[in-house]
Design a protein around this ligand. Structure first.
Ligand code: SF4
Length: 1016
């Protein structure tokens, strides 16, 4: 039982580390968290403890740490391989899914029940489905038979499209475990120790899963704080944690109390504790104590409440204190002192409407702020303008213009106001050009599919019309605009290929789901962006900030409870609606986010606009104020502190989970990394997306079957595996079938050629995780093989599979040699094997490229990776433009650093081939001469290149004309590289300047042509 700031995560980490130290295999431990971010923080801490206590056991890549839904999917994929192509839809994507299949599911039949229009009906439907599944209500008992029918169709459609939602995945696993003894037995072998973080947020379905898993487990440890149960509106029940000792009493439960708050000052602890003590339904005799040795003391002005006359005065007070605190000294819990920046300040609100109002005020005063969730994200004027431009282009109802299509004159006026240094004439011309492109597609009638990269590419052209390519927008503007990119991806993810007419639905999609979504951004830590964060209480959970503002802390009317399709008599409806104790827990959670400064404010009068009429209402301070006010509260105070001479701190937690492929994007171009992983822009998805993953999944299954049963599939069985597992979500119909046939051929010939070698297989898709500096790097090695089969496994061969078609998979091509070296390093450090050989296995050609994994090379790789991590954490995102990279870059349309213009031109939108970051060992030159001009800036070309060139020059060159030559590939006799006018079309040439900035590119083929010329 914990209190805020008491080190819950540390406790969980120590427990897990202790289990491992005592010899429990990591594969037998499962740790649940409610967010991906929390899981990553946990991993990093466990690793830290193990590194200190028992370094030899510090690998735990086999242990599951993550969210419940992804655990269920992970288990399901193991138990039933046919589920390997299934995915879990989050809230946002689920709304898009329900929209797409609205008529097929039969939702139109529910309109008669008066829940509102189409979108409100969809929202109520999703909420009702969640209640039925979470509360395990028998569908036959539902009095609304139309709803029951839709519920069935919804689950069928999910299955058909290979999706689950958050609840249906748990429901599926539960029914398998309840009905299938063999599956339960299999699970018993792997889930022996369970740790459940933030257990107070558990709902009935999740609790049932825990109960099932407990039957197989040796130990169960749940950690939580009943006072921070704030998700009752989605089914969590505080009684599960309060009654845990009783419910699991038969196993013998021990309760440990974590009752010291290390995060906050004494005054904050006292204030929060005073508030929560008024709740009656909580763990008896619970206390929260301040940390005795806390270096931060409560000072006058740290905790302030004031009830202003108007909200303008209230917001002005917040703004003034922000500016006064900015740049002053702050000492964190580790004793580090730094200067406060905007990223250290949070405004925590109880509704999206409040968030939108305060954001509007701060925007008007040039204070950069970002909102992670809610409608406020989409209600930023710049985002609204971009959104309305989308609807203008597709000639449908605007986001802010009611039933009307946005008007160009209005868009121009808003553009002029918002983008003060923009060129409004150019904006108009370019936007009309984009509209012209959309018009042509709309004119196709039934064939109005958006081509290439879909709506995302249109969005990028619109951003260009607004000036993105000229660097018009700063980091915070780009962060906000990126949220729209993320919403487009969600919408298109479910629609797969969008029609022009379906763009109209995107308006409703963002207005509806934004209220509950984007709660766990998919991109990296927003603390890398220097801006004030505006969050709802529910989103702020688990975070901490030196400075917290809680505005509109006033008495509020409880919103009326919205009806749904489930009979109240079938479940405890009142729990979902919440009561005063739930409100108290919510505010308790908000104020315990603060490490030192807490400003609770409100206003007596507030302008309320109802049907166009402005009215003012007298409002009292929140009733909770009287419950918590105490000697630590200061009267109306403006902070007055000297500015610090210290630097700002960028990453608050230092938790930085990443992978080789993410880091390789940084290597390719740091600005690409920033756009993608810090700001959150998404790339359009090409049709063959997922081909490589499918092939890897199938190979993994074949290898696993061999490890477990020594079984190699024959042609028929392989065909069945492909039928069950191969699925390209974005390439329906014939395209999927063709890719499946191609994949089958590749895998079949791999199996035919290598079945004799299967006995050397050691592990397949081997997961690893290890920290490097402040990062936790994870990955999967395709195949580990024993070097010999005499029984002693001390040396291994690492194989990384590549297929040619992966290149059109929508991903950048990686530097495979560096990747394999990195995996070799991970194998040694994290898995305890000594890799002797490492190779890249090209599945299409059966070519094997051996990679140098000498100690020296591995150390070089490690140093390069560490360097990248440090730069990312230092916020160094300097663009590295180069034509070869920029022309294949996902963000070439909106990047202002490249040396060519895209503008609103769609001809560059094709995604087919991404190249530019490729480097292969044989073509990697470490120096060159400009063989044609003799004006070299480079050191001499390496001996290896010259040797190879010499061989090629002897008999492998065909002269086409004066300037054009064909040079035969040294590895594939049927392949020729074209050397024309000082340029070669091989990979090494394309990537040469990437590796050797400022140098004139060359390669072995150009060197060979030079020698060929001389010989002649
Ligand atoms: S276009 Fe070029 S400079 Fe811009 S992000 Fe892409 S690779 Fe970097």
């Amino acid at each position: 039982m914990a209190c805020p700031g008491s080190g819950k995560t540390e406790m969980v980490s120590r427990r897990v580390a202790e289990l491992i130290r005592k010899g429990v295999p990591p594969s037998e431990i499962v740790a649940f968290t409610f967010t991906r971010k929390a899981a990553e923080g946990l991993k990093l801490r466990i690793r830290g403890i193990l590194e200190k206590k028992c370094k030899e056991k510090s690998d735990f890549g086999d242990m599951y740490i993550g969210t419940i839904d992804s655990f269920c999917l992970h288990i399901l994929k193991q138990l039933k391989p046919e589920y390997r192509s299934f995915e879990v839809l989050d809230d946002a994507r689920r709304i898009a899914f329900v929209d797409r299949w609205y008529y097929a599911i039969g939702l139109e039949s529910l309109r008669q029940y008066g829940m509102g229009g189409k979108w409100q009906t969809m929202k109520t439907f999703c909420q009702s489905v969640d209640r039925v599944v979470t509360e395990k209500i028998d569908i036959r008992k539902l009095s609304n038979k139309d709803f029951a029918k839709c519920l069935d169709s919804y689950h069928e459609q999910l299955q058909k499209e290979r999706f689950f939602d958050f609840n249906s995945i748990i429901q599926t696993i539960l029914s398998i475990l309840e009905a299938d003894e063999e599956a339960m037995e299999q699970l018993k072998k792997t889930v022996k120790h369970i740790v459940f973080d933030e257990y107070q947020d558990v709902n009935k379905l999740q609790e049932d899963l825990l109960e099932q898993l407990s039957k197989a487990a040796t130990s169960v440890c749940v950690v939580g704080d009943d006072d921070q149960n704030i998700f009752q509106w989605r089914g969590s029940d505080v009684n599960y944690i309060i009654e845990f000792p009783e419910r699991y009493g038969k196993y013998g439960v021990t309760t440990e109390k974590l009752d010291t708050n290390y995060r906050a000052t004494e005054g904050l602890v006292y204030t929060a504790d005073k508030l929560i003590r008024k709740n009656t339904n909580r763990v008896p005799d619970k206390v929260m104590k301040p940390y005795e040795n806390q270096t931060r003391k409560t000072e006058k002005g740290d905790i302030v409440h004031h009830h202003f006359d108007t909200d303008e005065e209230e917001f002005a007070f917040i703004l003034e204190n922000m500016q006064r605190l900015l740049g002053t000294d702050f000492t964190d819990k580790y004793g580090d002192t730094y200067a406060l920046s905007y990223r250290d300040m949070a405004i925590i609100v109880s509704s999206n409407e409040d968030a939108a109002r305060i954001i509007g005020f701060l925007d008007g005063h040039d204070v950069k702020c970002i909102a992670d969730s809610g409608t406020s994200v989409f209600d930023r004027p710049l985002v609204e303008l971009a959104t309305d431009c989308i609807f203008f282009v597709f000639n449908c109802e605007g986001y802010t213009t009611g039933n009307n299509v946005p008007d160009m004159e209005d868009l121009k006026r808003r553009y002029e106001n918002l983008v003060t240094h923009g060129d409004v004439k150019r904006f108009e011309k370019n936007l009309l050009e984009v509209q012209g492109r959309a018009d042509k597609i709309i004119a196709k009638g039934r064939g109005d599919w958006l081509p290439d990269l879909g709506l995302q590419e249109f969005y990028y052209r619109i951003l260009n019309a607004m000036g993105a390519e000229d660097g018009t927008f700063d980091e915070v503007d780009m962060y906000n605009l990126a949220v729209l990119s993320s919403a487009i991806s969600d919408y298109e993810y479910v629609y797969q290929t969008l029609r022009a007419r379906e763009v109209a639905g995107f308006k409703w999609f963002i207005s509806q789901f934004a209220e509950s979504s984007y709660s766990d951004p998919r991109h990296e830590d927003p603390t890398l962006v220097d801006a004030v964060r505006v969050l709802t209480i529910w989103k702020a959970k688990g975070l901490e900030f030196p400075v917290v503002f809680v505005p509109t802390f006033v008495s509020k009317r409880k919103p009326p409870s919205w009806p749904n399709f489930v009979d109240d008599s079938l479940y405890n409806r009142a729990r979902y609606d919440g009561d005063v104790e739930d409100d108290r827990r919510a505010y308790y959670t908000a104020i315990t986010r603060s490490q030192k400064y807490l400003f609770l404010t409100g206003a007596k009068q507030r302008r309320i606009v109802v049907k166009g009429k402005v009215s003012k209402r007298e409002i009292n301070p929140h009733a909770f104020l009287a419950e918590m006010q105490n000697r630590y509260f200061s009267p109306l105070t403006y902070v007055n502190k000297p500015k610090s001479d210290k630097k700002h701190k960028i990453s608050t937690e230092g938790t930085f989970p990443t992978s080789y492929s993410e880091l390789s994007i940084y290597e390719r171009c740091p600005y690409d990394y920033q756009l993608r992983h810090v700001l959150g822009f998404n790339a359009g998805v090409p049709a063959p997306f997922g081909y490589g993953t499918n092939i890897h999944n199938i190979l993994n299954l074949i290898h696993s079957n061999y490890i477990q049963k020594q079984k190699i599939p024959d042609d028929k069985e392989l065909g069945r595996i492909f039928d069950r597992m191969f699925y390209l979500r974005f390439a329906p119909g014939i395209q999927n079938e063709n890719m499946k046939k191609a994949g089958y051929k590749v895998v079949k010939s791999y199996v035919d050629l290598h079945k004799e070698d299967f006995k050397r297989i050691l592990e397949t898709e081997k997961r690893f995780e290890f920290p490097l500096g402040q990062a936790l790097i994870s990955g999967d090695i395709d195949l580990l093989k024993k070097v010999n089969d005499k029984g002693e496994v001390t040396e291994v061969e690492i194989i990384d599979f590549k297929t040619e078609k992966e290149k059109i998979d929508g991903k950048y091509e990686l530097d495979h040699s560096e990747q394999v070296r990195f995996y070799s390093y991970a194998t040694r450090l994290s898995l305890g094997y000594k890799p002797q050989k490492a190779l890249i296995h090209h599945l299409d050609t059966h070519q094997k490229d051996y990679v140098d994994i000498s100690d020296e090379k591995l150390e070089e790789t490690k140093a390069r990776i560490e360097g990248k991590v440090d730069k990312i954490l230092d916020g160094d995102f300097q663009a590295a433009p180069e034509e070869s990279k920029c022309s294949g870059c996902d963000f070439r349309s909106i990047c202002s650093f490249k040396n060519f213009d895209v503008g609103v031109n769609f001809s560059q939108a094709k995604s087919a081939k991404r190249e530019g970051s490729v480097r292969t060992d044989d073509e990697q030159a470490d120096g060159t001469l400009d063989v044609y001009t003799g004006q070299s800036k480079n050191p001499a070309v390496s001996t290896a290149i010259l040797e190879k060139a010499k061989r090629l020059a002897q008999k492998n060159i065909i002269q086409v004309d004066e300037k054009t030559f064909k040079v035969k590939s040294s590895s594939d006799p049927n392949k020729f590289y074209n050397v024309t006018d000082h340029r070669c079309d091989c990979r090494g040439f394309r990537t040469y300047t990437y590796r050797n900035p400022g140098s004139v590119p060359t390669c072995s083929h150009i060197e060979a042509v030079k020698m060929f010329g001389k010989d002649k």
